[in-house]
Design a protein around this ligand. Structure first.
Ligand code: BMA
Length: 816
């Protein structure tokens, strides 16, 4: 195959030689298994599983029990090979690099049979110097080692002390020692996902050749000068300079809409050099800030930066620049011990409403732009403004963050460490340092990212004794923890980016955790930082179940996906709640029973004699239960925004677990694999509405709160109505006098003993009637119509069997 050189940067003056070329090596490669028995073409970017699937050597990996049958793929050592010709004389270049944006994961890379480098971290960019190895005709080989075998070997070699956990619980059908490999942690199995430890070249790969210098990273961060009340922009460009002579020239920054046209003289010395440019934006020019969804526009400004260097070398970069500030506020609260924990964007306190993001597929090459758009559009369509990119997945692709910038989705970005202790051997740490440096450089220009966070639940795992480690080793583990997340990750992050906060873990006690030496005895302290909360046993209709915390970054309940989604990966014999398939897809021990338990508290369990009907009804009820549970819990957090009760409250964030699914199985998600909305997602659109009335009972007293995320005070009235279940006819109704809910506040609007309310509604009992309520002004609805059940629905009287037929068209195009 003859590859044409892609002329990236043409010389600007006649007579100059080309100074930089980029040659793509994407596309068709060949792969073979360890002993050569399987040889097939493979696409790059991609992975072995996808190649085998495309060649029909394996069936859909998600079908039925295939994850068990296809374990062998990850246990084998695969090799990727590409032969290619270059039609220019490569020896004329001062430097030629082979650049991998991502290799998954452990491999030796050979060019023309010469080993040129090793890889062990799927989150790094690797650049190998091939100046003296590259020829006119080339062969690249990437020899992978099984990630499962590698992780086991690394763990065995770590003899000084145990670094737990060993293996996921058997119910997850996973692989062991994932904490010893820098790879998507959930790819060895999770409580909502299968184990598919992939191998492959999962991102772009190319050859870069240059003579003078090369631009490796282009980064920019807006900085607000509080004293001068002006915006500045810091632009950093990281070059690899190969010329031994000083390279000089000009950098021209243009942001036409902000009247910026600035020329700086620059000089580059040999080596890795970062050019820093500061752009001061004139006070007289109005800069529109970037706002989270629901709080304003996501205004961005087109910027171009041109470097014109000696010898006619020219680099041009263009990007969209957004201006916003972010601050994590931890300060004393009146009548409450501890500290607040909330984010201010552009100086305004914002309640974070949203969910947790997990990888959209086990096979990252299947995550298309269309899929990202569908999922992220669903986020804003459900009135969310934030997502947490959870630490057991991947640092998402550029497009994910670009979409979040565009849509106004704030990102809490974890580093990819989850639910484990980690080793701190030198080579592990070296690799992590490269990973963090790269990811911060790659991602920091995105306004959507509002905080970095070191890991998922690892402080809790260590301090709450999840792994039964010997007490004598606690200090060793603490030392490792501080080495990894504080001395290394935090230090690197703060060196590279001071424009957003860094939190060591989720959950943590924030400032208190720091004061206690980076680990608190109880990271779930309700008076500090964020908490995760799960309880599948207590009644989820009872708000007393939930913690009145400062910020709840995980909480949730499981449900099953809809039948139409499951049908695609199952066969008839699987279609019952007790089938081995239903058990196989459930990766939470006792998860299926816990769902039934929670359903039974308030609903009648399906009892149709038709097995398929009963299965479908059960799937449906798991979704109803989940939606109602997460609604009750989220509403509790939203109404706790402005109050302190018994020292607790000021809740400023509710991110439920989890937004999306990695495959078709029961999980905590509100979006099914493929993007279909579960009932919870429709509910989320209501319970995350900017203005929401929240109803609940305390000892027979009905309370209704109003929660506002608006920027201004709003006049309105509350209407409370009571309907019969039998006809849904209005039996009685009352409206309050007009009142004002202040911007960003949650206040009590209404109280009435339920018996008194029902007394005014002839014929109504707790069982035969239901309450609804809404906020309005001048007859215009300002909130969703919310409701409050006066009894369990299994005791409701008068409910008719619903007779609803739905017909859809066009959805097939979206794969729904
Ligand atoms: C938390 C998460 C995930 C997990 C979820 C549900 O621990 O961080 O690890 O999937 O709860 O169990």
């Amino acid at each position: 195959m003859l590859l044409r050189l892609l002329l990236l940067l043409a010389p600007c003056g006649a007579g100059f030689a080309t100074k930089v070329v980029s040659i793509s090596l994407r596309g068709n490669w060949k792969i073979h298994s360890g002993n050569g028995s399987l040889q097939l073409p493979a696409a790059v970017p991609g992975c072995v599983h996808s190649a085998l699937f495309n060649k029909r050597i394996i069936k859909d990996p998600y079908y039925r029990f295939n994850n068990l049958d296809y374990r062998w793929i990850a246990l084998d050592n695969w090799t990727y090979i590409k032969k290619f010709k270059l039609h220019s004389d490569m020896s004329t270049w001062s430097k030629v690099n082979l650049v991998f944006e991502g290799i998954d994961t452990v491999a030796v890379v050979l060019l023309n049979s010469v080993p040129i480098g090793k890889t062990d971290n799927m989150f790094r960019r690797y650049s190998f110097d091939i100046t003296h190895t590259v020829k006119a005709v080339n062969i690249i080989e990437v020899r992978f080692q099984s990630p499962v075998v590698y992780a086991n070997q690394r763990s065995e070699r770590h003899t000084a002390y145990w670094v737990p956990p060993n293996c996921p619980p058997p119910v997850q059908d996973g692989e062991c020692h994932v904490n010893f490999i820098r790879k998507m942690q959930c790819s060895f199995g999770w409580d909502w996902g299968p184990s598919f430890p992939t191998q492959g070249i999962w991102k772009d790969v190319r050859i870069e050749a240059y003579n003078v210098c090369h631009l490796n990273y282009f980064m920019f961060t807006p900085i607000y000068d509080n004293y001068m009340k002006t915006w500045n922009l810091k632009i950093e460009s990281s070059f690899d300079v190969v010329s031994s002579k000083l390279v000089s020239g000009e950098a021209i920054v243009a942001i036409p809409e902000l009247n910026i046209q600035q020329t700086n003289n620059i000089e580059l010395q040999h080596g890795e050099r970062t050019v820093e440019l500061f752009v001061k934006i004139d006070k007289a020019i109005i800069v529109e800030t970037w706002w989270p969804h629901g709080h304003g526009n996501q205004t961005g400004y087109n910027m171009s930066v041109i470097f014109e260097l000696d010898g006619g070398l020219r680099f041009e970069k263009s990007a969209k620049v957004y201006f916003r500030t972010v601050e994590l506020v931890e300060e004393p609260i009146q009548n409450s011990p501890g500290l607040s924990f909330y984010f201010k964007i552009n100086g305004l306190p914002i309640f974070l409403k949203g969910s947790n993001w997990i990888p959209a597929d086990s096979f990252q090459d299947r995550v298309t732009s269309a899929m990202l758009r569908l999922l992220l559009q669903s986020v804003v369509d459900a009135n969310m403004n934030a997502l947490r990119v959870w630490g057991g997945g991947v640092y998402e692709q550029d497009e994910f963050y670009e979409l979040c910038d565009e849509l106004g989705i704030m990102i809490w970005q974890d580093f990819m460490f989850a639910c484990a202790l980690y080793p701190t051997d030198k080579d592990f740490m070296d690799s992590v340092r490269e990973e963090v440096t790269h990811q911060v450089r790659r991602l920091k220009s995105h306004p959507s990212i509002i905080t970095w966070s070191g890991n998922n639940e690892n402080e809790a795992a260590l301090m709450m004794g999840w792994y039964d480690t010997k007490p004598g080793y606690l200090q060793t583990y603490i030392k490792d923890y501080v080495t990894l997340y504080v001395k290394n990750i935090r230090t690197i992050v703060l060196e590279g980016d001071q424009t957003r906060p860094f939190i060591t873990s989720s959950p943590t006690n924030g400032a208190k955790t720091i004061a206690e030496g980076w680990l608190s005895p109880n990271p779930y302290d309700l008076n500090y930082g964020d908490v995760h909360f799960y309880d599948y046993v207590s009644d989820c209709w009872n708000w007393r179940t939930f913690p009145k915390a400062r910020f709840v970054s995980e909480y949730g309940y499981q449900s099953w996906p809809s039948f139409s989604t499951l049908e695609k990966v199952s066969s008839e014999e699987d279609w019952s709640y007790r089938s081995s398939f239903a058990l196989h897809r459930q990766h939470l021990i006792n998860g299926n029973n816990e769902m039934l338990h929670q359903i039974e508290l308030h609903f009648k369990l399906p009892n149709s004699t038709d097995q398929l009907r009963r299965f479908k009804d059960t799937l449906y009820l798991t979704q109803v239960m989940q939606a109602q549970c997460v609604k009750t819990e989220t509403e509790f957090y939203r109404r706790s925004r402005s109050e302190i009760v018994n020292g607790k409250g000021h809740t400023m964030g509710a991110l439920y677990w989890q937004l999306n699914d990695i495959w078709q199985a029961p999980s905590w998600s509100s979006l099914e694999y493929g993007g279909k909305w579960k009932m919870l997602h429709y509910f989320a659109r209501h319970f995350f509405a900017p203005l929401l009335p929240v109803g609940f009972e305390d000892k027979d007293m009905l309370f209704i709160y109003g929660a506002s995320d608006l920027h201004s005070d709003q006049q309105m009235m509350l209407t409370v109505r009571v309907h019969t279940w039998s006809s849904l006819q209005l039996v009685c109704s009352e409206s309050t006098n007009p009142f004002v809910i202040k911007a960003g506040e949650s206040v009590l609007l209404y109280t009435k003993p339920v018996p008194e309310l029902l007394k005014g509604c002839p014929g109504c009992t707790r069982q035969s009637c239901v309450v609804s309520f809404y906020l309005s002004t001048d007859g215009e609805l300002l909130s969703p119509i919310n409701y409050h059940f006066l009894s369990s629905l299994k005791n409701a009287k008068g409910l008719h069997k619903a007779n609803i037929t739905v017909s859809t068209s066009g959805l097939e195009l979206l794969g729904l």
